[in-house]
Design a binder for this molecule. Structure first.
Ligand SMILES: [Zn+2]
Length: 258
């Protein structure tokens, strides 16, 4: 968290930035920007925003100068003119307390863009290397998925899907939900998927992301509330397993995920 879904909702919120100019830059937590407050201010003050973009979990705010990139880390949240895009985040404090404000832009019309992050993992950068990210999971084609998984044929399917250089935007919750819906075991070698399985995974990936977006968060799937010991699979009633795959806590159903 936040995953593609949360960042996409923030992108939609940031649409209201288009055509507005930056008047001031504040970085209350210097840790939030490797560039430092002075460089950010020099690059951004006076620039005008265009339409925001997203690639994976990265929010890209193009201006007529540099592109401002927001990385939300584990608990970053955006507020624009006092409005937020998200409800409470799972596994993270949900308040927008002043002490969690890491970065803020004043706009010439009096508006304000603010980035809050209790866990201090959010980052603000300029002109990021977008090409280091894989294709976006929300618009991934079957051919792109095939190529993302084929190249990592021996590593676990889940590890490949979480690798942002292969596919951008999938985090732990979306990944477990998609694999559960696809009936695929997270630890399967990525290259072992047959053509039917690949099609199924692709279909479920697109469908699940659309559903979670519609429901307002990557925590709104069927599996997420069952991420606790003693839960059973809603499809077949079997006990869900908890294991570590790709260094992440993974919930899955050994009965129907193969
Ligand atoms: Zn099951």
């Amino acid at each position: 968290m936040p995953e593609l879904v949360e960042v996409e909702l923030s992108r939609q919120l940031a649409g209201a930035l288009a055509g507005r100019r930056v008047r001031s830059v504040e970085v209350p937590d210097p840790y939030a920007s490797p560039l430092g407050p002075r460089a950010l201010a020099q690059a951004l003050i006076g620039t005008e925003f265009g339409l925001p973009r997203r690639r994976g979990k990265l929010l890209l705010l193009d201006t007529d100068g540099p592109t401002l990139a927001l990385h939300f880390g584990m608990s970053g949240r955006l507020r624009l003119d006092g409005r937020t895009a998200l409800g409470p985040l799972r596994y993270a404090p949900s308040g927008l307390e002043v002490r969690w404000l890491r970065f803020s832009l004043g706009l010439e019309d009096g508006g304000r863009l603010e980035l809050f992050d209790p866990r201090r993992l959010a980052r603000v950068t300029l002109d990021p290397d977008e090409e280091s990210l894989g294709p976006d999971a929300a618009t991934l084609t079957l051919a792109q998925l095939r190529s993302a998984l084929g190249r990592g044929h021996r590593s676990a399917l889940k590890a490949c899907l979480l690798d942002q250089r292969r596919v951008a935007g999938i985090g732990n919750l979306i990944c477990d939900e998609v694999l559960w819906r696809s009936g695929l075991a997270p630890s399967r070698p990525a290259g072992s998927l047959g053509e039917t399985e690949l099609h199924r995974l692709h279909r479920q990936l697109r469908k699940t992301i659309a559903l979670l977006l519609d429901q307002g968060g990557s925590h709104t799937g069927t599996l997420t509330p069952l991420r606790r010991r003693g839960s059973r699979c809603p499809k077949d009633g079997s006990p869900l397993a908890r294991s570590v795959v790709g260094n992440r806590t993974t919930y899955w159903c050994p009965a129907h995920q193969r």
